[in-house]
Design a protein around this ligand. Structure first.
Ligand code: PFF
Ligand code: NA
Length: 453
């Protein structure tokens, strides 16, 4: 294995990992998915369970994943295999790594379609294609953009190409640089939208919708969706964070970095909710509209504000960038695995992965037009890719990792790697041994009825 002879490449700057991990975490999950599933599952109670899952499951799992990566110095498959061998355990545990790698790949297959929407809307904003549209027009615009497979395929293909171009350039040049200016820009744009929402008349209702926790009971499906989204939004159990962790210098504090990433991600999601729901309520739109929610609502806000075209263009530019910095992290595991085990160059690995990805993402793209009827149990390809990853593979992968870290491996492995003082270490251990696994299991058992297809 070539990689074991030379030291593994590391992030360039002190902030390299922070930037890349935040770039991976903050993306369409925060701005597109969080608002629309919150709308679907009825608001406050969903948000509360989601926040609890971030704290009780997301943070401990993220620390564990980064530690696995830095200890095992490789893709999820290689890193987990090395770490379990170090404790004399069966390499069958590396199946968790295989599942994570596959999961990142499956997510990217539908993620490029949604990122394609963002690019298409960026173009619409630039070219003035949204000017003067009414509430009703917005739904028609969204549908028209989906209806033509050539149009939709053009945008998702563009996203695939851009992703592979950046990944092919490498960890330091490609990934690290793009994140540092995009994040602050995105937060500024969201702040502007919230300020606008405060005056739009829908703000109080939006606030109540998101934060009145007694807003009604939550279904088992909603709980599972909240758990799955905690994984999705923090890029967990998909190989991304683990592989990024394998480039992390030994001296960096895993706990501190994890907390910063989780806080940044949560703040952006809540800001997105506070930006979008005022527009929904002020215009009498349906919060449970589904995946088109932000694309139908935000252009209305931009239309009504001064310099709206400029701000709208900037917003979709930032959103597209945020999507790209997440997209690249989803294939990093596969690319790193191909390079380390099959002696491929980074470029060859990136483009090879890109071709397979393009084929699957084309099926996901067709779910919005030609393939809308290709369904199984009421879900099309896009729906299945989303469902299998968030509701099944990520929670299971996370469960596997905390069980490994908490019960299976020699206890000094993670104590050394995390480098925590006794009290925080005891807290982490309690979380990975009891709180996170029980949390995942309780939600799974509660949702058991949902798996009968
Ligand atoms: N965390 C990303 C988002 O919220 O948009 C999505 C994501 C990135 C999921 C990377 C999984 C992953 F490996
Ligand atoms: Na996120």
């Amino acid at each position: 294995m070539a990689s074991s002879e030379q030291p593994r490449i590391q992030w360039l700057g002190r902030w390299g990992f922070m930037l890349a991990a935040t770039g991976s975490a903050v993306g369409l999950g925060n701005i597109w998915k969080f608002p629309y599933i919150t709308g679907e599952f009825g608001g406050g109670a969903f948000v509360l369970v989601y926040l609890a899952c971030i704290l009780a499951v997301g943070v401990p799992v993220m620390m564990t994943e980064i530690a696995f990566g830095r200890r095992g110095l490789g893709s999820p498959v290689d890193a987990i295999r090395r770490v379990v061998r170090e404790s004399g355990r069966s390499s069958a545990w590396s199946l968790i790594g295989w599942m994570a790698m596959l999961c990142g790949f499956m997510i990217l297959s539908f993620y490029v379609v949604v990122a394609g929407w963002s690019f298409a809307y960026l173009w619409k904003m630039l070219s003035g294609g949204l000017a003067g549209s009414s509430v009703g027009d917005m739904a028609a615009v969204f549908e028209a953009n989906n209806a033509n497979p050539w149009n939709l395929g053009f945008w998702s293909t563009l996203v695939t190409l851009l992703t592979m171009l950046i990944v092919g350039k490498g960890v330091q040049e490609g990934i690290e640089k793009s994140v540092s200016w995009m994040m602050p820009g995105l937060v500024l744009m969201l702040a502007l939208l919230i300020a606008f929402g405060v005056f739009s008349g829908g703000f109080a209702q939006a606030f109540r919708f998101l934060f009145s926790f007694d807003a009604g009971s939550l279904s088992s499906e909603g709980m599972l969706a909240a758990l799955g989204h905690a994984f999705f939004t923090l890029s967990l159990a998909s190989g991304a964070i683990l592989t990024y962790g394998s480039y992390l210098p030994k001296g960096t504090s895993i706990a501190r970095t994890t907390l910063s990433v989780a806080i940044a991600d949560t703040v952006v999601a809540l800001m997105a909710g506070l930006a979008i729901f005022p527009v929904i309520f002020a215009n009498g739109m349906d919060p449970a509209e589904g995946p088109g929610l932000i694309f139908m609502s935000l252009p209305l806000a931009f239309q009504a504000m001064p310099f709206g075209t400029l701000f709208g263009t900037l917003f979709f530019l930032m959103l597209s960038m945020a999507a790209l910095t997440s997209a690249i992290s989803m294939v990093e595991a596969t690319v790193s695995w191909l390079c380390d085990n099959h002696g491929m160059s980074r470029k060859a690995a990136a483009w090879g992965t890109g071709i397979v990805l393009w084929l699957i993402s084309t099926l996901a793209m067709l779910s919005f037009n030609l393939g809308a009827e290709w369904t199984l149990a009421d879900k099309n390809v896009f729906g299945w890719l989303d469902y299998l990853t968030s509701r099944l593979m990520m929670p299971l992968g996370g469960l596997g990792m905390v069980v490994l870290a908490g019960f299976v491996l020699n206890s000094h492995t993670f104590r050394d790697e995390l480098g925590l003082s006794p009290l925080p270490y005891a807290l982490w251990l309690t979380m990975v041994r009891y709180v996170s696994p029980l949390g995942i299991l309780v939600i799974f058992v509660d949702a058991l009825g949902l798996y009968r297809v």
